[in-house]
Design a protein around this ligand. Structure first.
Ligand code: PLP
Length: 285
């Protein structure tokens, strides 16, 4: 990652492809910042590569976060799924924006032939042929049933309403964070660009406090906002993010922003922050 390139670009993707590449994996919602990578653009760069070199590299879309968001909040999004012929498989996490209350993940293949049969375990002792492809075998079905309940109960309009609200709340949070001096928002929750999340960093000029200190102050108020690095050129910079799901209401967003503002005011007003050369120590007098 670079400051001017937070996502995998089509141009960059093809430079890493050679005879040993089994797939290119754009993320629909990069873990670090939640922004969507350009699946259609990467596919067309791979089409061009194939025309030039003969290399035919498929795409797996890691839609862990965005797979259950984009179809509802940005239906006109550039094609990122099986409408793109090069996309052979897609994963999405049910327990993230799929809203399933129990852990469940989904993976879809374009066609059965895209999942090699020698990876599939065929079981006969339950009667008939039961093909299975998973790490463990016997397990409860509760996760799947809970997810199915959400699908039926909420339907397309329910997911659209819930995630649409999450985006609106994320955008309110982003506006609040962006209004703080020295804060730079990298993802403002725009549904065309990424999942309902807000991601920010501090301008390098901010010397009075660090994001780690802000994390600590927020933790005192019950908020877990981790400070973490990105990768590549951005592995030495600090970032923070919040994810907004249906249980993070507007009221909570207002409380959160109030606590951020108070924490920033506290951190900025410390004597050491004002450039005092006094060593920090406790005075009991
Ligand atoms: C882009 C991406 N891929 C995969 C995963 C893993 O998903 P899961 O925890 O459902 O296995 C995550 C997040 O945890 C993610 O952000």
């Amino acid at each position: 990652m670079r400051a001017d390139r937070l996502c995998l670009t089509p141009e960059e993707a093809v430079t890493h492809v050679d005879d040993n590449t089994i797939a290119v994996v754009p993320a629909l919602g990069v873990t670090y910042h939640g922004l969507y990578e350009d699946v259609a653009g990467i596919a067309s760069a791979l089409d061009d590569l194939q025309a030039r070199t003969g290399l035919d590299v498929p795409i797996h879309v890691d839609a862990a976060s965005g797979g259950f968001v984009v179809p509802f909040t940005d239906p006109g999004h550039n094609p990122w799924d099986f409408r793109v012929p090069r996309v052979k498989s897609i994963n999405a996490s049910g327990h993230k924006f799929g809203l399933a209350p129990l852990g469940v993940g989904w993976v879809l293949w374009r066609e059965a032939a895209d999942l090699p049969d020698d990876l599939v375990f065929h079981v006969s002792y339950l009667g008939g042929d039961m093909p299975t492809f998973q790490v463990n075998f016997s397990r409860p079905a509760g996760q799947v049933i809970a997810q199915y309940f959400d699908f039926v109960h909420l339907g397309r309009s329910g997911y659209a309403a819930i995630h649409g609200t999450a985006h609106a709340v994320a955008r309110e949070c982003a506006a609040g964070i962006a209004s703080l001096p020295g804060f730079r928002v990298l993802h403002d929750g725009d549904p065309a660009k990424g999942i309902p999340a807000v991601v920010w960093t501090l301008d390098p000029g901010v010397q009075s406090f660090t994001l780690h200190e802000l994390s600590d102050r927020l933790r005192m108020r019950g908020w877990q906002v981790q400070t973490y690095p990105f990768t590549g050129d951005l592995a030495t910079r600090d970032f923070q993010r919040i994810l907004v799901r249906r249980d993070f209401s507007r009221e909570m967003a207002r409380l959160f922003l109030r606590d951020v503002r108070e924490a920033v005011a506290f951190l900025g007003s410390r004597p050491s922050a004002a450039g005092s050369s006094r060593p920090s120590s406790y005075s009991h007098l």
